[in-house]
Design a protein around this ligand. Structure first.
Ligand code: GLV
Length: 323
């Protein structure tokens, strides 16, 4: 029997398979709040495995404070920029994520954001709720069409491709950029060229040193005054200050963000206050079915790791070779 730290309550009976296999679950706290960094370090010292969320910073300090028995860290998310994977490899810990199960739900959200931002849905809804809507007017809320426009997908992984499939159904022309040629139609090798040609830009790259502030002031200008930026990737992929300036100065038409930098974004942040910036609180994968599948996948990885078997979806499989 192993001891497993589960940092937050999981949806859909997420910890049941661990309990059924006879493992002891430690946490989450009764109030289900995120663990502070020192609490995470202290808890890691006494467990064989950790199931964590993208809000948990599993850094070098946590991993080095971890018990010598610590074998697996299962992130219930596809992105794993919250985990120091190199430090995990140093201490022989396999890290896994939840790829594949959230692609379609996340792509739905990207489309929701793209449509809502292009058609000024939140601006219009805000007016209605605040009692400012005085009735139909032919000149009100004139947004931009989505059909017939050019979508530029940045990052052609599973989620980017799922967004591309939806866009084709909406009569959009789909271009995509990725660092390596994809062999698929619509590939644009140069990111700047993609941004120049696209009307709507949707980001689907992981957060890494090379993608931090990938979309900066210069690149926002390439998107242009009728351009819409959609970010369901990670907040720091976009330079937030530059985005605010671009919206303020009409450099781009609108932005729609599922992710922000920082998270949570304070309500007085200039982006929150900007009417052309639609922001939802990191809900891209938040359907009941998908979140349950993510929890299931994390549990399946963890059970395999605790049995000493290869994990179904490790992100640092090289750890096996070092053991
Ligand atoms: C959500 O942002 C995820 O990475 O799963």
């Amino acid at each position: 029997m192993a001891r497993v730290l589960v940092t937050r309550r999981l949806p859909g009976g997420g910890t049941d398979p661990l309990v059924d296999a006879g493992h002891e679950i430690v946490g989450p706290e009764a109030d289900d709040r995120p663990l502070a960094h020192d609490e995470l370090m202290a808890a890691a010292a006494h467990v064989d495995a950790i199931v964590c969320l993208l809000t948990d910073r599993v850094d070098d300090a946590v991993l080095h404070a971890g018990s010598p028995r610590l074998r697996v860290v299962a992130n219930v998310a596809v992105g794993y920029d919250n985990i120091d994977v190199a430090a995990a490899a140093e201490v022989g810990v396999v890290v896994c994520n939840t790829p594949g199960v959230l692609d379609e739900t996340t792509a739905d959200t990207a489309f929701l954001l793209m449509l809502a931002a292009s058609r000024l849905a939140t601006e219009a809804e805000d007016d209605l709720r605040a009692g400012r809507w005085r009735g139909w007017n032919i000149n009100d809320y004139l947004g931009l069409d989505v059909h017939g426009r050019v979508l530029g997908v940045v990052g052609w992984g599973r989620i980017g491709r799922a967004v591309g499939r939806r866009a084709a159904g909406f009569g959009m022309t789909v271009l995509h950029h990725s660092r390596r040629p994809t062999g698929d139609d619509g590939y644009v090798a140069d990111l700047d060229e993609l941004l120049r040609r696209a009307d709507v830009v949707s980001l689907h790259v992981p957060l890494q040193d090379s993608t931090r502030h990938l979309i900066d002031a210069r690149r926002l200008a390439l998107i242009g005054p009728h351009g819409v930026l959609v970010n369901t990737a990670r907040g720091p992929v976009v330079d937030s200050a530059a985005l605010h300036e671009a919206l303020r100065d009409g450099v781009i038409w609108a932005a729609a963000l599922d992710v922000t930098d920082p998270e949570p974004i304070p309500p007085n942040d200039p982006l929150v206050r900007h009417e052309r910036c639609l922001i939802v609180p990191h809900i891209a994968s938040a359907s009941r079915a998908t979140r349950a599948k993510m929890a299931e996948m994390a549990a399946a990885n963890l059970l395999a790791g605790l049995r000493g078997e290869p994990l179904p979806t490790p992100v640092n499989p090289d750890v096996y070779a070092r053991r």
